[in-house]
Design a protein around this ligand. Structure first.
Ligand SMILES: Nc1ncnc2c1ncn2[C@@H]1O[C@H](COP(=O)(O)OP(=O)(O)OP(=O)(O)O)[C@@H](O)[C@H]1O
Ligand SMILES: [Mg+2]
Length: 489
């Protein structure tokens, strides 16, 4: 495997001898550290000997033709150091020099970071020129003492009625957005970016189709969404290390704004692709697969990433995060979905059945839950949410009977109520692409939706819910009356 000289003497003498392998004409590295030599390249993994560097260290591989390739140390085995290139590479040669480089990784940040699109290294992908700013953001993670974290105590308005009212999200909460492909994750994330009351939105597009990045920025976010958003994009054809870096960079940018006292909404699409990037790296350097091809280190990396979101100390801002998790066919065995469910503070499930019926956003209310909700909403709101779920669930249980006409009205008052309310419950979940629904209005609308027709006039203010006046709890009854007579769906 390795044609390096046998390590007979002390390490320094071996390294001295290895220096001699460097091709003539390549400038001598300015670093005092020993440089290595490439001995093997299989798939994305590079192996070098002669280096004395730690895992995570950046190196430059200099090909004989002088081309420089940046790579990171991802593991070692005795004298062999494993590296992974950060960008995809071709044409590497055996014996290429490997030089450790100083790794003060970071990027310039400032007010003009908003509206920009960067890659996993913090380099601009848009045409708006180099990043400028007075601050230098170091990429090293920023740890928070868990005892100093401010508990989740206030709701965050995400601008989506069904989420605001039925799966209320707390500032600093971390949620999963579980869905199969094409069910509406990107559109829902775009709506949240535009309509949330968070100060800053950081969007991570990790490992998804390259075409989607532009589509998401131009069509789903648009100038309105981009105005207070930063997008970090690393599509599926990027090297796995770049995809990992992109996921970490989103968290780092979100931390930067949180440390300034801002309320940040972090949307990452997707956590599954992040896990797959980590799997590619781990398998390539020889870690044995454990669950469904995922090596154990993947399950360690997910909490490390997710734990970076959340609240800081009191008054220091928050990161509320949504991570999309690909879950096809309700596969409860999917280890990434399992791991995500265990670590996140709630999950929103998008249902293919609803999407197929044209119900958008296709939120499966029964299957979704916000674990923070009981601590951040008033008792009547919580009761309304439970009632909504009960009615919906009762209808779904009897759906087949009702559809074939086998249910006799009057047989069960609860089922009768569910049948009477069902169109209103359905309409409640639906929300137009261009429609923002504030938190207060979402709660008001929930109350109206639950009132049987006879109690609040002929109609219950459904149909154009986003247009109604918003108001706090005590005015809800009055608002319901105001809304009576609205067009029915
Ligand atoms: N709120 C909505 N209103 C109307 N149509 C929608 C809505 N959300 C999604 N759709 C439809 O569903 C399609 C897929 O949505 P989207 O791209 O958001 O799905 P996705 O889950 O991100 O897919 P992928 O897994 O491929 O990334 C859209 O092109 C659109 O036609
Ligand atoms: Mg998508």
């Amino acid at each position: 495997m390795s044609d390096a000289p046998a390590p007979t003497g002390p390490r320094s003498s071996l390294l001295d001898r290895l220096r001699g392998f460097g091709p003539a004409g390549v400038p001598e590295a300015p670093k005092p550290e020993a440089e290595g030599r490439l001995t093997r390249s299989v798939g994305m993994t590079l192996e070098a000997v002669g280096l004395n560097v730690s895992v995570g260290r950046q190196c430059q591989v200099i090909n004989r033709d002088g081309r420089k390739i940046e790579a990171e140390v991802v593991g070692f085995d005795d004298d062999i150091v494993y590296l992974m290139p950060i960008k995809r590479v071709e044409g590497l040669q055996p014996g290429a020099r490997v030089i450790p480089i100083s790794s003060h990784q970071g990027m310039r940040v400032g007010p003009r970071l908003l509206g920009r699109v960067v890659n996993g290294l913090g380099q601009p992908l848009d045409d708006a020129g180099p990043l400028r700013g007075d601050d230098f953001l170091d990429f090293a993670p920023h740890d928070i003492n868990p005892l100093k974290r401010h508990p989740i105590s206030e709701p965050l308005d995400v601008g989506i009625r069904a989420i605001n009212a039925l799966i209320t999200v707390g500032r600093g909460q971390r949620l999963g957005l579980f869905a199969g492909s094409g069910v509406g994750k990107s559109v829902l994330m775009g709506m949240m970016t535009k309509y949330t009351t968070a100060d800053v939105v950081v969007v991570g597009l990790v490992g998804e189709r390259g075409r989607e990045v532009k589509e998401f920025i131009d069509h789903i976010l648009g100038p309105e969404g981009m105005a207070r958003a930063v997008v970090v994009a690393s599509p599926a054809d990027d090297a796995p290390l770049m995809r990992l870096r992109a996921a970490q960079l989103c968290s780092r940018i979100a931390e930067y704004y949180r440390d300034q006292g801002r309320n940040v909404l972090l949307l990452m699409d997707s956590l599954t692709r992040f896990a797959q990037a980590q799997r590619e790296i781990s398998l390539a350097i020889g870690e044995p697969p454990a669950t469904k091809g995922y090596p154990p280190s993947v399950f360690a990396k997910i909490p490390q990433l997710v734990e970076r979101a959340g609240n800081a100390a009191r008054g220091e801002g928050s990161i509320t995060a949504f991570y999309t998790v690909l879950s096809e066919g309700d596969d409860l065995q999917d280890p990434i979905a399992d791991a995500a469910r265990a670590i996140l503070d709630g999950h929103i499930v998008l249902s293919r059945r609803l999407a197929e019926e044209g119900v958008y956003p296709a939120i499966d209310v029964e299957a979704s839950i916000s674990r923070a909700m009981p601590n951040i909403v008033a008792e009547p709101h919580l009761k309304s949410m439970q009632r909504f779920k009960q009615l919906l669930s009762r209808y779904q249980q009897n759906r087949d009977l009702i559809n074939i006409g086998a249910y006799t009205p009057g047989a069960d008052p609860e089922t009768d109520a569910a049948i009477e309310r069902f169109p209103h419950l359905r309409a409640f979940i639906q929300q137009g692409l261009g429609q923002a629904v504030q938190l207060d209005e979402s709660i008001n609308h929930l109350q109206r939706t639950l009132q049987p027709s006879g109690q609040a006039g002929a109609a219950q203010g459904r149909g154009q819910p986003g247009n109604g006046p918003a108001g706090p709890g005590p005015r809800r009854g009055a608002l319901a009356a105001q809304h009576s007579g609205r067009g029915q769906r």
